[in-house]
Design a protein around this ligand. Structure first.
Ligand code: SF4
Length: 353
């Protein structure tokens, strides 16, 4: 049965202080509580430098988290782990932790499902569920901190590239970014936070005015409207040239280079024509192109290009004068393309190990 108590991270710092005052407790305890959450405390009892009475009061009034892990998968010799969390009300979302020598990155979800419906994406195949609340986004990060702390690692980067279109849940995403960056909470530099979008131009313009130097990533995948209308249907509303104009407005205002994501689909967007169109679109812009070899999704007509095709496309894009990298294909075995663990669990209806 659902625990009706609010999760503690649903409180703002001011609300937590008000609760402490109501309970005749000193307000500085609030910083201690956030400090424990930032270290990934698994329970209120684990906050052992808090008085017993305070721990009991926290337990009486709050839950430590609203997320319930229902499936876990790993790949790359456990360097990539993917957790499926059930949310209050029954929807579920995925979070992926990727471990590298110099950093640990969390790929976070902002919506249960996604309303954009890109035809190559596992998440887009399911009916849209709901927007996540800010605390549900932050709780994914706190869980990653806890898991990584057990391995003597620190969460250093967060990318909003899991399930959902972050800009379609703008207020909660922005609040969660502020909390992830809050030095009293997780203290992750906004420069190490990437917010991606399929192209909601008004929200890109709004984000540029927030004074938060997060990295903007555009899920581009095609440089001409005819193809992008199919691959990223929101393009019909916000055409690609207008989108790049808005993204460059963001780059100019924040001084942050924009990352353009390009999922490589064999024979669809990996041709010489595509490379040339991309070159024309982005040349002399503050931009970086990130090529992502497609991670095949069942029941879609798309295929992954082979290694030679990936190298060829990269060289063609470089020849256009653009900065380009190929993202490593972390997590293929872990169903790490967004929505794939969710899809597998939904299909089988049993937790996977
Ligand atoms: S690729 Fe991203 S924007 Fe498109 S349907 Fe999937 S989650 Fe949504």
């Amino acid at each position: 049965m659902l625990d009706p108590k609010p999760p503690v991270l649903s409180l703002s710092s001011a609300e937590l202080e008000a609760w402490l005052v109501t309970n005749d407790l000193p307000v500085y305890r609030g910083r201690q509580i956030w400090g424990w959450m930032a270290r990934g405390a698994a329970s209120f009892q684990a906050m052992h430098d808090l008085p017993k009475g305070l721990r009991a009061a926290l337990e009486r009034d709050f839950r430590i988290t609203s997320l319930r892990p229902v499936a876990l998968n790993q790949a790359d010799g456990a360097l990539t782990t993917k957790t499926l969390f059930e949310l209050d009300g029954g929807h579920s979302v995925e979070a992926v932790v990727m471990r590298y020598t110099d950093r640990s990155t969390l790929c976070i979800s902002s919506q249960a499902g996604c309303p954009i419906g890109c035809p190559f994406c596992a998440t887009g195949k399911f009916p849209f569920g709901r927007n996540l609340k800010a605390h549900e986004i932050v709780e994914q990060a706190v869980d990653a901190v806890r898991v990584l702390a057990g391995e003597e690692r620190r969460l250093s980067h967060v990318v909003f590239m899991g399930m959902g279109e972050p800009m379609a849940n703008y207020a909660a995403v922005l609040e969660s970014v502020r909390r992830l960056a809050d030095p009293e909470l997780l203290g992750i530099s906004p420069r190490r936070i990437v917010v991606s979008t399929s192209g909601l131009i008004p929200r890109i313009e709004q984000l540029a005015g927030e004074g938060l130097p997060v990295t903007l990533a555009i899920s581009l995948h095609a440089a001409r409207d005819e193809l992008r209308d199919v691959l990223v249907p929101i393009n019909r509303k916000y055409p690609v040239r207008d989108l790049v104009g808005a993204a460059q407005g963001y780059a100019t205002k924040t001084g942050r280079r924009v990352s353009y994501e390009w999922v490589l689909l064999a024979g669809v967007n990996d041709t010489e024509q595509d490379a040339k169109e991309l070159g024309t679109l982005l040349r002399r812009k503050l931009a970086h192109v990130n090529l992502i070899p497609f991670n095949p999704v069942e029941d879609t007509p798309y295929r992954a290009p082979d290694r030679a095709a990936i190298r060829r496309f990269r060289e063609m894009v470089e020849a256009e004068g653009l900065n380009v990298t190929v993202r490593d294909t972390r997590g293929r075995e872990a169903d790490a393309a967004c929505g794939q663990l969710h899809e597998r669990v939904m299909r089988s209806r049993v937790p996977v190990s």
